[in-house]
Ligand binder design. Structure first.
Ligand code: ATP
Length: 304
């Protein structure tokens, strides 16, 4: 089976701006891959190259063993790159059916596929509207639906939940998760909780260069974090004692509330460590008001 995505010394320039610089990577098929990086890091450019919307000006890119512009990939890649593009003046549901028909479906099969998808993604009540009569979020949701039409082998979504209200964003995440088994998905996002929640792999771009290509499981193994709120706030002496426990990477105090601390530790070193940390606090007569496991995928961990 060919790799989902293979690039070798991939470069892309816009005039004198080097948007992507010497990207070499290989992704196996399956699962959801997250693409993260600061504004201008090159995420949209990389997604556009994978979708075949841009032609690289240096290096090599193969998607499912083919050049992205190759006709053999037509219908095998679904994408939503930034904005959803629907023709003005025509109901979006109609455009989705037309799109499904272009994929070789009969009218009835196309209508059935679209209404199934609309029910799943939660846009059935708006789809009869013309795109210009929709809000940004409504259009975006239907743009995501379009990317999934025909069950493509690879779906590319550029910031699928950016600009959506929290309820719709959550519905979109559930939809993506629910549909992840049918193919492979690559999403870009600035929301690290979303990346941790949805993705099994993460790619990190920094100023056009790939600085990380790893699995979330590997990141979790290396980094775990416990958040505590204590009463009273921990003294420096107790913090030093926790820091000296084997496996603890460091203890951070919340800048606004000194009673809140975050303790980073290596999860693989010692599964009893959370208990040892609690014991260390309690034996000094300090109460633990709350404790929860935090998101280990921080900007710091990803090198952002
Ligand atoms: P963001 O998180 O802000 O969406 P991004 O990681 O998606 O950013 P890109 O949109 O790929 O980044 O942009 C990468 C670099 O290429 C930036 O420096 C940007 O200014 C530049 N760039 C992107 N598109 C063009 C264009 N059409 N013309 C000129 N420069 C461009």
């Amino acid at each position: 089976m060919p790799a989902l995505l293979e690039t070798h010394q991939l470069c892309q320039h816009y005039g004198r701006v080097r948007a992507l610089d010497d990207i070499t990577l290989s992704l196996p098929p399956g699962g959801i891959t997250g693409l993260v990086g600061k504004n201008g890091a090159g995420k949209t450019t990389l997604l556009a190259l994978i979708a075949g919307a841009l032609k690289p000006d240096g290096g090599l890119i193969r998607v499912l063993g083919q050049s992205p512009a190759c006709t053999m990939l037509s219908g095998r890649i679904g994408s939503l790159l930034q904005e959803a593009h629907f023709k003005p003046g025509v109901a979006v549901s109609k455009q989705l059916v037309q799109f499904a028909r272009l994929q070789g479906n009969s009218k009835q099969a196309a209508e059935q596929a679209v209404s199934r998808l609309l029910v799943q993604i939660g846009g059935a009540n708006e789809a009869h509207k013309r795109p210009e009569a929709m809000s940004y979020g409504q259009r975006k949701r239907l743009g995501i639906a379009q990317a999934f039409l025909g069950s493509p082998a690879l779906i590319i979504l550029d910031e699928p939940t950016a600009g959506l209200d929290p309820v719709i964003a959550d519905e979109i995440r559930q939809f993506i998760r629910h549909n992840a088994e049918a193919g492979s998905i690559i999403i870009s996002s600035h929301n690290l909780y979303e990346i941790e929640d949805l993705c099994h792999r993460v790619l990190v771009l920094e100023a056009g260069r790939l600085i990380t290509n790893t699995t979330i499981a590997e990141l979790r193994q290396m980094n775990a974090v416990l958040h505590f709120t204590t009463a009273p706030a921990l003294s420096e002496a107790i913090i030093n004692e926790i820091t000296s426990l084997g496996g603890v990477i460091g203890v951070r105090r919340d800048g606004q509330n000194p009673a809140k601390i975050a303790c980073d530790y290596h999860e693989s070193d010692n599964d009893q460590l959370p208990l040892s940390i609690q014991q260390c606090i309690i034996k000094h007569g300090v109460g633990i008001l709350s404790m929860h496991q935090g998101n280990p995928i921080t900007a710091e961990v990803l090198g952002l």
